[in-house]
Design a protein around this ligand. Sequence first.
Ligand SMILES: [Zn+2]
Length: 158
Amino acid sequence: MKHRIYNIPNSEQQILITTDVVEFFGTYRQQGAEAESGGLLFAEFDFPIIRIVEVSPPQPTDKRWRTLFIPNRVFQRQLIKQRFKKGHHFVGEWHTHPQGKPSPSTLDLESMADSFLKSKHELNYFIMIIIGNDIHNLELWFSVHNGVDYYQLKENKD
Ligand SMILES: [Zn+2]
């Protein structure tokens, strides 16, 4: 699989998902009766490129159902601090849906707005990636959120 690039609207910045991370997402596509998976996204800043280089896998203490995923927030806060020390910045979250072409639920949108407002960070947006379950074609929902609005970004095919 190949890396993916997304342009942030009204900005010079681009978000790149590395090949390794795209492949990681591919392995978590939700098959059959499997529960949702999810975790955090970490990036290296090389402006104007924001490079998503690391993602955290689901944890045994997360709560997981077929159409709902509730992460262990205490674990996540510790991980964010730890990764920050090695220059990997927390930039958002990923989770899976049992849908070919994934789109966010109302709860997903509310929870992104809420975490943007409640966490300490210096970002303009939090990123949300949702992984579809089409085994032939890895479909990703990609959006950026602030406390008020969100924008769905389309992959830059150039
Ligand atoms: Zn969802």
